[in-house]
Design a protein around this ligand. Sequence first.
Ligand code: KG4
Ligand code: ZN
Length: 336
Amino acid sequence: MKPGIATILGIETSCDETAASVVVDGKIISNIIGSSEGLHAKTGGIVPEVAARAHVEKIIPVIQEALGNRKLEDIDAIAVTTGPGLFGSLIIGTETAKTLAYMFKKPIIGINHLEGHFLSALADKPLTTNYYTTILPALALIVSGGHTELLLIKKPFEYKVIGRTRDDAAGEAFDKIAKLLGLPYPGGPHLSQLAKEGNSKAFDFPRGMSGEDNFDFSFSGLKTAVLYFLRKYPKANKADVAASVQEAIVDVLVKKATRAAGYFGVKTILLGGGVVANEHLRSRFIIHNSLFKILIAPPALTTDNAAMIALAGYLRFMAGKTDSWYNIKANPNLKL
Ligand code: KG4
Ligand code: ZN
């Protein structure tokens, strides 16, 4: 390793995207995603076996493209998502990373996919443990297709889950409701596009658990409410429905996260995960919060990618947190 410079290869295959990235000295050099979204659009959702086969086909070309002119010998460490996710998908990434680490005698860093999501909120900040310490205590809100979690971070790399969804994740709610509205998969971006033409106050959909004295979420009641609403009013303006649904989801996320931030007296709120691509959510968080520093993952790093894994890997590598290939295992239920 050259002094002060570390080159990290990141690999992510937890769900349907086969992704690899190179980060040098905390800066993203490449961020390659071989998406199988087209395959899953046909089935309206992810079929694990289809996702796993696509990873096998794409993993080496995607890593090659991410490396560019670099050789594996030039890499200082390999960061790989070990969980949570689909087992058949995770093992393609972890076994590939382990093989490369073994062959090229490189340290390996197992990354929790959720840590990657919220640490990408630091993508344009100095990626050092020192800087990480200055923004603490912090709250991290991860909102993706599979997760809606609130974490309290008092020390770098130490996470405490203080709230999570009791049923559907926020992204899942976007996707399922988009399906009810006849929109293509994945529904979140389509629903938010349609919402731009609608009135967010048109319909008052339920804000699950928003009045409860805890930091958990529930989105399945919203989905059921929209299902019954559309049965009763099949001619309702779809853009108004989309805008009102988006408002209901964003409202709960903003209110609960802000309440938690106040309760725990944090300095910063970190936002990451696919749903954080939502423009309405981004602006509501910024408008609503003058008390906290709001750090939001850049739009390109919100949905699944390997740069977030390489960035988290870089931060851990610089803090001396590396491992050997024989300790790395895919774990679909990995906890933070
Ligand atoms: O983080 P991610 O790529 O995958 C998981 O780890 O789950 O998140 C994907 C989720 C999907 O549910 C997708 O519909 C949602 O993020 N999403 C959005 C937007 N872009 C992606 N939801 C709302 N508005 C968006 N603009
Ligand atoms: Zn994700």
